[in-house]
Design a protein around this ligand. Sequence first.
Ligand code: GLV
Ligand code: MN
Ligand code: MN
Length: 412
Amino acid sequence: MNLEVDKHRLMSEIEELALISDAEAPAVTRIVFTPTDLIARAWFLARCKEAGLAIRQDAIGNIFARWNGQDPNATAVATGSHIDAIPNAGKYDGVVGVLGGLEAIRALQQSGFTPKRSIELILFTSEEPTRFGIGCLGSRLLSGSLSPEAAKKLTDKDGAPIEQIRRAAGLQEELETVKLPAGHYQAFVELHIEQGALLEQKQIPLGIVSKIAAPSSFRIFIEGAGGHAGGVLMPDRRDALCAASELILAIEHQAKASGSTDTVATVGICEVFPGAVNSIPSRVNLSVDIRDTDLQRRDSVIGAMDASSHVIAAKRGITIRQELVNADAPGDCAANIVETLSESCRKHGLSFLTIVSRAYHDSLFMSRIAPVGMLFIPCRNGYSHRPDEYASPDDIARGTLVLAETLGSLAG
Ligand code: GLV
Ligand code: MN
Ligand code: MN
């Protein structure tokens, strides 16, 4: 196989997709099933059709673009990621895995290689939790990690039901048809930016992931008593925002005190009601994200957060109610795929680092039904989920080359 990645085509596609956005460049905002996201999906489908891939779309909008292999009975090898982007994000998160996956297939095609197994490119729906509050919606449903019944209860921030939203996006089949059986894929490999700074610091061009950290998230509803900012004296207050502040700091403290820097906790959403300068906050809704590479340690931080909620609620005479959104186990990458990725790096004379993924990815859920592997490329300063996220064309092309080599080996 003489593989040649067309770096210029790939970079111009990344730039083109970045312009399909609800934020002003260089920022990218692409929330699932918005008109902008639907335009981006149509654009992606057109690129897949140009590459001669056979398209299927499931009921949640996961897109499967298949290069048929010689043996129709052999299980397929898959790659892919997501193109939805959180508000005010960058161009590369997810996109490198989708467009890099497409370019890897084109490089294999152009080399004259004919795969025995089919190679399938997957665009997963809503890896980001922005719209429905839960991340990896497409891969969760596909792997059976989220039941169709639970998925049907999801609504967006404005209360619109997911069933209505996806049907308006043209997805008419039932969610029950999305799940794929274990063994449906021979292997799944995802190319992604690191979203951390380790590769850059060590000046190593590639990371081969060994394990994906365990994510969890919660919604917290705090209810106190509102009132006039001048009229209600301090001893009489039950201020929901003051309680929230105490809880946020307790969560931060508990993550820092876990004994490991692998524990991370973030309160990324804080909604305050009624939201007037001269009105005491009566209600606050928080969204909390707690992760660790170690499940027990993560769960002990969750336990400590629960305990703090009780103490703060009792002390301040308010109520704090918690709702679990997700608490997922970590995922392991498969030894045979780690080995194939390593072999591909060696073949091209590229050094690599074995690395843990602290971000979650669709690979985490694909690991419930298939052997998975992940390949990381560096991103400047480790920045991600911000407009100045950047991965160099050379790093993107290197990752795509190793992905192509790996898909070729796995597809036989
Ligand atoms: C994925 O975007 C994550 O938050 O890890
Ligand atoms: Mn992301
Ligand atoms: Mn991502």
